[in-house]
Design a protein around this ligand. Sequence first.
Ligand code: 4NP
Length: 155
Amino acid sequence: MPVSPRPRLSPSRILFVCLGNICRSPAAEGVFRALCPEVETDSAGTAGYHLGEPPYGPMQAALKARGLDVSDLRARQFIAADFDRFDLIVAMDHSNLEDIEVLRPAGKRVPVRLFTDFALDRNADHVPDPYYTRDFDGCLDLIERAAAGLKLQLD
Ligand code: 4NP
C-alpha cells in the first residue's frame, strides 16, 4: 500500500474562519470555491465587528483582478453550532484557532486546521491580516497556495 504522508480528508462542507470575516476568510472561500465547486463552503469571523457587511473593498478589488467575485458574501460570526454544520474548519491564524477551540462542544471531533498547513511550500505559519499589513496580493498568493494544497488532500 502506498505510504501517504498525511491522512486524506473527505470534507463536503468546509468553513474558513478569520477575525473579521471581511478579508482573509471570504478571500479563502472565494478562491477555494472556484477551485472545488463541488465542496460546500462558507466563512465566518471569530469577532462580530462587521456583521452583515460584504468583503472589504480592497480585498474585493484584489480578488477581482484575479477573476474572482465575492460580492455575494456577507460577514457573520463563528458560533458553536458551526461544529455541527461543517466537517472541516480552517483557521487563518493561531489566534483564530484558539478562539474556535474555545467554542468546541464536548465530544465534537471536527478537525480545525491552520490554512497554511495545507500550503505545499510550508513557508508560512499563518495568513497575515491584510486589513493591517495592506498586502492584499501577498495574502492572496498565500491563500492560493494553501487552497491548492487543500484541494490536493481531498479524496
Ligand atoms: P480579517 O481582517 O480577519 O481578515 O477579516 C480584519 C478585518 C477587520 C478587522 C480585523 C481584522 N477589524 O478589527 O475591524
